[in-house]
Design a protein around this ligand. Structure first.
Ligand code: HEM
Length: 137
């Protein structure tokens, strides 16, 4: 006999759950933007962002909660993300894509996400970041 609790606990955990929920997603995003702000390696993509990263932090946090399979905070505020269109004002070539991905990989490591999860997420981030490229080079 299975009851509702069995079914609830038997579902495949979402990436959001594996990361550890909202507090951990926030930690990841804060580390990501701290690194972008601090590290010379990421100066190229830092320069594309506004002087204050406060708004960027909130938007990426809201977006990632839903993207990882958790609550859809971004969509409930802004509607469909139209992510590629929203990135068109910024020149994104392979170099910017790779800076973004290295910054995210570094942040995931710094907050102590387990290696197999980091690898899986990096693969998904690559797909999205690559799709955002809008310039050659
Ligand atoms: C490929 C390299 C990328 C670069 C150079 C880049 C750069 C930027 C910049 C400059 C902004 C504007 C920040 C602001 O208005 O405060 C932005 C916004 C945003 N980015 Fe990216 N991004 C990249 C990849 C990604 C990826 C892979 C994701 C998701 C997994 C993402 C999600 C977002 C979101 C949700 C916003 C907020 C959009 C809005 O509502 O205005 N970005 N990005």
């Amino acid at each position: 006999m299975s009851d509702l609790n069995d079914e609830v606990s038997a579902h495949e955990p979402t990436a959001f759950e594996l990361v550890g929920g909202e507090a951990r997603v926030r930690e990841l995003i804060d580390r990501f933007y701290d690194l972008m702000d601090l590290e010379a390696d990421f100066a190229g993509i830092r320069a594309l962002h506004p002087a204050s990263l406060d708004g960027s932090r909130d938007k990426l946090f809201w977006f990632l909660c839903g993207w990882l399979g958790g609550p859809d905070h971004y969509i409930s505020r802004f509607g469909h993300p139209r992510l590629r269109a929203r990135h068109l004002p910024f020149a994104i070539a392979s170099s910017e894509r790779d800076q973004w991905l290295r910054c995210m990989a570094w942040a995931m490591e710094d907050i102590g996400l387990a290696e197999p999860l980091r690898e899986r997420l990096l693969g998904s981030f690559f797909e999205t970041a690559d799709w955002m490229r809008n310039r050659n080079g």
